[in-house]
Structure formats: C-alpha cells, structure tokens
Design a protein around this ligand. Sequence first.
Ligand code: GDP
Ligand code: MN
Ligand code: MN
Length: 268
Amino acid sequence: MKMPNEIPISCVCSISSTMENIVVTGIQGLPLIKAGDNLAQMISDRVAIGEGDILSIASTIYSKAHGYTKPLSEIAPTPRAERLGKLNGEDPRFVQAVLDASDDILMEHPFILSELSFGHIGVRAGVDQSNIDDGMVIFLPPDPMGAASEFRDEIRTITGKNVGVIITDTCGRSFRRGQTGHAIGWSGFTAIRDFRGDTDLFGHELKITEEAVVDEIAGFANFIMGESNNGVPAVLFRNCPTWTGHDNIYFTREEDITRRLLKEACTR
Ligand code: GDP
Ligand code: MN
Ligand code: MN
C-alpha cells in the first residue's frame, strides 16, 4: 500500500460567504482491515472526533470488518451465472456472488444491474474484488442503515460525542460517465434536505427541490478516499451546516420511471 501521507491531511473549503469553514480530514494510518476489527475504536484512536462531526466510512472496510466477504472457491455457479458469465466475460463464480446479493435483476447485459434488499440499485450489486486478497469478493453490508446506526452508537460510547455517520460506496450513475460516492447507510440526520415550501431569492415557492445531502457528502468523502491504494477508508467532516428533511431517498416502484422502463426493456 502506498503510504497514505501523500494526500493532504485536511482541506478547508468555504461553502458560502455566510457559512463556517468546513474541515475535511482523511483518516490515515489504518491497517488492512480484517474480520473482527473494531473500526470505531481504530478510527477514534487516529482522529480527534468532535461533537456534531460527520464520519464517513467506505462500505468496503465495514464489510471486511464484519466478514461480509467470501472466497470465490466456495461459490458454485448456477446455470444462469454460467450463462451471464459467458455473456459479460466474467468469472461465473463472481456472477453468482452478484446474483446472491441481488433481490431483483433489472439488467443482465452488458453488466448486471441489481436491486438490493435495502432499496439500493447498483452495478453488479456493489460486489467488489478490489482492495481484498486475490480470489475474494466483498459484499455490501446487508443492512447499511442498521450498520450506520450501530457505528454511531459505538463512536458515542468510545468518545462521548454525537456524530453523524455515512457509509459510502463508489457507484456508477445513469446518463453520465464516471463514478461518485453514494450514501448507502446513514445515521444522525436525514438523507434529504427538503427545500419544498421554501422561497427563492425572488419569493417563488420551491415545489420540487429535495437535495440528497448524504450523497453530496458521500461524494466528497469518496474524493478524499480515492479508489485504489490511498489507504484512506474514512473521512471526517467538521462544521457542516445542519438540515432537516426526510429519509425517503429511494423511489417507490411506482415512482421510479427509469427502473420500470429498464425492467420492461430488458425482460422483453
Ligand atoms: P468502496 O468505495 O467502499 O468500494 O471502497 P474502495 O475499495 O474504493 O476503497 C476506498 C478507500 O479505502 C481507498 O482509499 C482504499 O485504498 C481504502 N481501503 C480499502 N480497504 C482498506 C483497508 O483495509 N485498509 C485501509 N487502510 N484502507 C483501505
Ligand atoms: Mn465498492
Ligand atoms: Mn471506492
């Protein structure tokens, strides 16, 4: 692993003329995470956590610490996984891991697009083969909301501080090239900052705007983490403004036009 001190410890970004300076700190010096590691303790040992801070951790280390990993050698592919493996040029055991992690398959080719039980829709069900030993796969945490809430409690027990927690994963998006960090679990605030009913600078009432704040913070955390060998799987934010809203970040099946059209087109 490249030594993590090659990225700056913190950067200060002013988000508006009236807001305080937000301080963003990539947490350095964490070892390669193994099953059974106490992440809350390891992180608290390496950074001074303050009241109201937001702690963002990569799902990959949460899953490694909690054993949501599997050797490919223990996976027996079904005929569907064999077929999709051939179609997409992937190891059928990896494809089987993706199918096992999926609640519903929205698209099979050129890559599998899955819906997970907690509502997230992601490429290959978020199953990763990077940042883990050869021949192993990492699954997303099966209950990331519960994981974030538990992690928040653990931080409070260790430090006495109330923080917000976001568990991130790097995800692709529709319509645009390039991956960004998304929040797959959060605790301590709502996912959405609801602007509906607010008035703009000209007094017009906002009727539609619901800002997915947890994804915006996850995106910046992901930027600090990097994707390869930085070795920075956790990021602390200080002085973020607070917000109010709601947690309904996932469209219902009735609302989700893209999901419906994809599913119709791919199962035709
Ligand atoms: P994902 O976005 O949750 O799938 O995680 P990534 O594989 O992209 O890793 C995010 C960041 O965490 C990168 O900086 C990785 O180098 C780092 N990382 C991943 N696993 C470990 C680990 O076990 N220990 C440390 N110190 N860093 C890790
Ligand atoms: Mn990932
Ligand atoms: Mn990533």
